[in-house]
Design a protein around this ligand. Structure first.
Ligand SMILES: C[S@@+](CC[C@H](N)C(=O)[O-])C[C@H]1O[C@@H](n2cnc3c(N)ncnc32)[C@H](O)[C@@H]1O
Length: 280
């Protein structure tokens, strides 16, 4: 990310927010706060996104954005860890959707300071009080390490943690991706990370290629160029060389069967982003 708050984080939040407005229930992922958090400018994001790609590509991009959040939060619920670290949180609203002031789950939102500052201002403007369980951890993955950020935030290294890292690795250099995964591998046994990665072109179907091409042009224009891409095998090799084990690596068909089977509205994940769960 080159400068200012993340535009891609806003675009992803707009897709999550529109889902509950525009698609028939049940939602794949329900986010009642997303559009308020983005603010009235969400309509401009929506119009620009709609104009820039065909209908199938729009539906699959939305499906991918929804399913990565749903999948991560499902795995968090299954894992039962008491620390949830949201890496590159963007406009993630977990803290508001799961407001549980006396609860046992501590939530760390790690993000670029520019995006965090903007989110704080937007939350204030939208009348959303800071969620009590959430600790902000300002980290630029290219400049400082996740370990330094978590140390300063009071993270308990001796306790297992769940990390989500959704829609972020593709914007980072390989060195920053590896350093962050290595930090996760140094966490207590039972820790897990769910992350997404950009898929290499030769593994995409036609809609995936359209999404990949329109996304890479759009994100470069807003100063967030795509930097890393992997095949399925390369993603698993990355996980292993960073000291983690592959827990689950669902392909698109598995995600469709799990989350989209009953839908007839064209929603399903695109092939240009892979989703993997890895364990310490
Ligand atoms: C596409 S958004 C995804 C946001 C959120 N995870 C979601 O799924 O909606 C990318 C996020 O990565 C963050 N990011 C990009 N480069 C970063 C960097 N070098 N250090 C920290 N965060 C970064 C941005 O601030 C933004 O929040």
């Amino acid at each position: 990310m080159e400068t200012g708050p993340s535009r891609t984080a806003m675009a992803a939040a707009v897709m999550r927010g529109r889902h509950r407005l525009e698609d028939a229930p049940p939602p794949v992922f329900d986010d009642p706060f997303a559009l308020d958090l983005v603010g009235p400018v969400w309509r401009r994001f929506a119009a620009r996104g709609d104009a820039s790609r065909g209908k199938a590509a729009r539906r699959e991009l939305t499906g991918g954005i929804l399913v990565r959040s749903r999948y991560a939060e499902d795995r968090l619920a299954l894992g039962g860890q008491r620390q949830y670290v949201i890496l590159g949180a963007g406009l993630d609203t977990f803290g508001w959707r799961h407001a549980d002031p006396g609860g046992a789950l501590r939530v760390f939102e790690v993000d670029h300071p520019d995006t965090q500052g903007w989110k704080r201002e937007r939350a204030l403007a939208a009348g959303l009080a800071p969620p009590p369980a959430v600790v902000e951890v300002p980290v630029d993955f290219e400049v400082s390490t996740l370990r330094e950020g978590l140390d300063a935030a009071g993270f308990a290294w001796e306790q297992p943690a769940f990390f989500s890292w959704l829609g972020v690795t593709m914007y980072l250099t390989l060195g920053a991706v590896e350093a962050t995964l290595r930090t996760v591998s140094e966490c207590a046994a039972g820790s897990e990370v769910v992350f997404t990665y950009g898929r290499a072109d030769q593994h995409l179907d036609a809609v995936g290629r359209e999404v990949g091409a329109t996304l890479s042009e759009a994100v470069a224009r807003v100063g967030e160029p795509l930097r890393t891409r992997f095949s399925r095998d390369e993603a698993e090799a990355l996980v292993r060389r960073c000291g983690l084990g592959v827990a689950e690596h669902p392909d698109r068909d598995e995600l469709v069967a799990r989350y989209f089977a009953a839908r007839e509205d064209g929603l399903r994940p695109y092939t240009a982003e892979g989703l993997i769960a890895a364990r310490a």
